[in-house]
Design a protein around this ligand. Structure first.
Ligand SMILES: Nc1ncnc2c1ncn2[C@@H]1O[C@H](COP(=O)(O)OP(=O)(O)OP(=O)(O)O)[C@@H](O)[C@H]1O
Ligand SMILES: [Mg+2]
Length: 223
């Protein structure tokens, strides 16, 4: 369960203050697929970063599985991110010098999973996203859609219960975008992974159980 309670996020640039989120409250149940839609600059990425504990709110609370994240130390936050949360971004952020397999293994290296085990799990995950046979390719030897599928496999490495996706199809053509969305949907339905996906693409709204609309840092419609 993800709970945001009256979350405000302000950024300061010199003497200027930008209010990116202006009192957002939102609950996402375990196993739910929530699509957050809103125009550019409305605060979608900021919201996702706060849910993923990549950043802290200026005020308000972010509660993950009953844990008030404002009360956690940096070390505890790192562990929470590593063990519960997977991220998928518009720019895949794969390590260019590593193969697909090594990219997927990386989060397991950080967790101290033994070599044999992380190797076989990475192979399984790449198969799950339809990339069997391409394990040894470097990112630049893969299409955008394939790179995003590697990024999804990497996000799943430590069996997160929550998958946070920021415009995951933003750089993809319609067909590869659909492949990626179908994988995310399948993870949600079959594995019960909670998904929060932000986008400004209305055609993705059907994938969610629920659409939340955000504008100028506020939720304007939640059904
Ligand atoms: N690190 C930062 N420093 C200052 N202002 C920021 C920072 N990050 C975001 N902002 C501002 O906060 C507001 C919300 O930004 P955010 O990135 O969350 O929007 P978004 O909905 O994800 O937009 P897009 O669809 O273009 O990705 C914007 O006005 C943006 O300029
Ligand atoms: Mg954004």
């Amino acid at each position: 369960m993800i709970e945001l309670v009256d979350v405000v996020k302000k950024y300061r640039i010199g003497i200027h203050e930008v209010v990116a989120l202006n009192g957002v409250s939102l609950s996402v149940r375990d196993g739910e697929f929530v699509v957050i839609m809103g125009p550019s600059g409305s605060g979608k990425s900021t919201l996702l970063h706060l849910i993923g504990c990549l950043d802290k709110p200026t005020s308000g609370k972010v509660i993950i599985d009953g844990l008030d994240t404002s009360k956690l130390s940096d070390r505890e936050l790192t562990e929470l991110r590593r063990d519960k949360i997977g991220f998928v971004f518009q720019q895949y952020y794969l390590i260019p010098t590593l193969t697909a397999l090594e990219n997927v293994e990386l989060p397991m290296v950080f967790k101290g999973v033994p070599k044999e085990k992380r190797h076989s799990r990475a192979e399984e995950l790449l198969e799950l996203v339809g990339l069997k046979g391409k394990e040894d390719r470097k990112p630049k030897e893969l299409s955008g859609g394939e790179q995003q599928r590697v990024a999804i496999a990497r996000a799943l490495a430590n069996e997160p219960s929550i998958l946070l996706c920021d415009e995951p199809t933003g750089n993809l053509d319609t067909k590869s975008g659909k492949v990626v969305m179908d994988i995310i949907k399948r993870l949600n339905v079959e594995e019960g992974v909670t998904v929060v996906l932000v986008t400004h693409d209305p055609s993705l709204s059907d994938y969610g159980d629920r659409v939340v609309r955000i504008r100028d840092g506020r939720i304007i419609h939640a059904d």
